[in-house]
Structure formats: C-alpha cells, structure tokens
Design a protein around this ligand. Sequence first.
Ligand SMILES: *Cc1c(COP(=O)(O)O)cnc(C)c1O
Length: 433
Amino acid sequence: MKYFSTNNKNHLVSLQEAVFKGLALDKGLYMPQAFPVMPDNFFKNIKDYSFAGLSFELAKALFGEDIPEAELRSINEDALNFDTPLVEVQKDVFSLELFHGPTLAFKDVGARYMARMLGYFTKGYKKEIHVLVATSGDTGSAVANGFLGVEGVKVHVLYPKGKVSYLQEKQFTTLGQNISALEIDGSFDDCQKLVKEAFVDELINQHLTLTSANSINLARLLPQSFYYFNAFRQLPGVNKKLAVAVPSGNFGNLTAGLIAKKMGLPVDQFIASTNINDVVPEYLTTGIYKARPSIATVANAMDVGDPSNFARILEIYGFSHDAIARDILGFSYTDRQIKDCIAEVNRNHHYLPDPHGATAYLALKEFLSSNDEFHGIFLETAHPAKFSETVEESIGKTVEIPERLENFAKRKKISIPMSKEYAEFRDYLLQIH
Ligand SMILES: *Cc1c(COP(=O)(O)O)cnc(C)c1O
C-alpha cells in the first residue's frame, strides 16, 4: 500500500516513510491510497475473535504488503495486550471503555502501536531514533509508556513546569530506561516551539535521527479504527441502526471511526461531540470552517481550536460538505452540562464517566431522543480517576484511584530542568551520542 499527502495526491510514499515523517514535507497529512474492505466471512465470524485476533485480521488487510505476517502478529499482540470492553449503561446505550491500557486513556492504543511499528522499521539501523514530544499531559504519558523499552528508540518528553497534573507528571518522569523528561520553564506552546525548532535545525538533524510521535502519525491513527470493530463484535444482536458518539478534539479518534466504516463496519450515524470548542460542529451545520484559539474546559484533552485531522475528513468525503454532514452530526456542550451529566449518569445508572466520555454520552442521548430506531455506543476515552478533580466536584464524592495510577505516584520523579531558550535545548540534543 502506498500513502499520499492530503496536499498532493501524486506525492506517494511507503508506509515506512509515512511513519518516519509523520507530516509530509508539503505539510499535508498522509492517507492510504485505498481502504481494504473486510470480507463477509470476517463479519460472519466476528464474535469468535479476541480484540488482538480481530485487529490482526485488520492489520493484515492494511499493512500486510509492508510488514511480514509474523512480525505483524507480534506488533499486534504486544501493542494491544488489553481489551476494550463494551459496557451497557442503560437500554440502547453502551460505553466503549478505551481506558484499560497502561496510562488509562485511549491514546495508549495508538502510541503503543506506533512504538512497535517504529521499532520494527528501525531494526538493523545503526543509529538510534530520537522521538521528540511536547505535551500538556496525556500525550506525553501515552507516548512515553508506549515506547518504554522499545529497542533503538529514545524518547524526550518536553512538558511545561507546574502546568501538568501531579499524576500526569508522574506517568512520564518516573520511567527511566529510554525515556527522558525535560521540565521546561514555560508554557506548552514554548515546549512545542522548541520541538519544532529542533526539527528544522540542520546541525541537529545531521547529529541525530529525529521523529515525532504526534497524533497525526498514521501509525497512531490507523490502529484506532480496530477498536470500533471490537465494539461491534460485543454488541448484542438487536435489529437496530447503530450510532457511535465520539468525544473529539483533534478528530483523530473520529477519523479512525470513519476509516472503520470505509473498511466495511456498519455504522449508520457518527456523532462528533465537543466541548465549547465547537469549530467542527459549527462547520457541520453551516458549511463554514472557522479555526479559532482554543478555550480551556473541564474536558481539556479536547481543547482544540483548529483540529489537525479535519483535512483527512475532507479527503475521505471528497471535500463534499453534504456528504460529511450526512455521515456525521455535531453537538457541543458547556462545562456545566458536562459536570451535570457526570452526576446524572452516576446517580441514575451507577456508571461513572470521565468529562470526555460524558460529552459523548450527552450527544448520543440527544440524538437517540428523536431517533428510536437506533441504539448507540459512546467512546469512553479516559478513566474517571484521571480527571478526579472535575469528577469529584460533580458527584460530591471521592473517586477511587486504580492501582495502576497509584503505582506511578509511588515512584521517584526524575526530570531535567530547562529554560525555554532554544540554545539550551539545542545543547542538550548535541551532547547526546
Ligand atoms: C486526546 C483525547 C481526546 C480527543 O481525541 P481526538 O482524537 O484528538 O479527537 C478525547 N478524550 C481524551 C481523554 C483524550 O486524551
């Protein structure tokens, strides 16, 4: 399979190059030239598969020409060594729990998969690959844990001092091995600027092989389509249409769902749910896309004002607003509505959503209230304990911290303090050998 840039259909690269580069040189996003459609037999037997088994079939269809089967099997089994259970919250409403990986958020899926794919492609390389990642919290922990112990790859996480939560910080500053954490005296934007400068610095690029692990990388995006099939596998066989509600920020998760549909998954309606950063829901109703600075909310992993995967959605639907708006409905919610929803679901259905999952739940319920020929799935993207402050304020009770998160808290933080001046970061990179 070849991959093209959304800015130039004739710019074709291999899977390996798309994964190494992340972003195309013309600043476009890579997309597969075709989406393989899964055969009827696959769907007939879908209930017999495990998550890893089902993912292996999908991976073979997507990556089978580029990665030998035995290697692909081990990438799959290693990366997806946890389940994504479907939990019935109430009649016709199911939660797809994507938070059973090591950092208790759905970003584990893409990060773990990408780490292993990169590990495969760099096998036999004489030089180490260096992953630079700027984070405001969740991405850093998923990437750092995803790459932990992967041979031939070193990860450098840049994060703003004092601006990530205590538990988030612990998740990427306590790992050791091939993971380093740089505590930058500045903002998240400063961190991102340092990373960007390093990528275009010729001397650094002569000295080190750099790559990014950000969410636009195909090796993170494509495997996310696998859990949509895993949700479908667990759905009871009811004769109803299927709606899937996705809490969205950069729209990678939703794009992966659209790709699953392209590969044959029978989803009748996608629902994009956002916090008040509603650039895409607004586009869906008006046809006008207006990027703007993001606003801070309680569902902060979705505080995005110019979603990076929007270009991919346009591409999938041939730039037709009508076609996009037919498949995807948009909703957006305020912090008040999100917090009230957490309380309501907890009180009436004895289920505890996190702020992001709650945003999707609200949209699904709003849709189902006037579409009773449907049942629906909302994606639960993080464990509620990761956002304990908001969740506890909503329900007026403390949230139990799962053992996996507690274990991070017990470990010792090791980070390298650094100013936001590029010269200092540059020296740090140049002294690596
Ligand atoms: C990143 C993230 C999202 C948003 O996902 P996108 O793919 O950027 O739309 C939603 N929920 C949580 C918990 C996240 O970490």
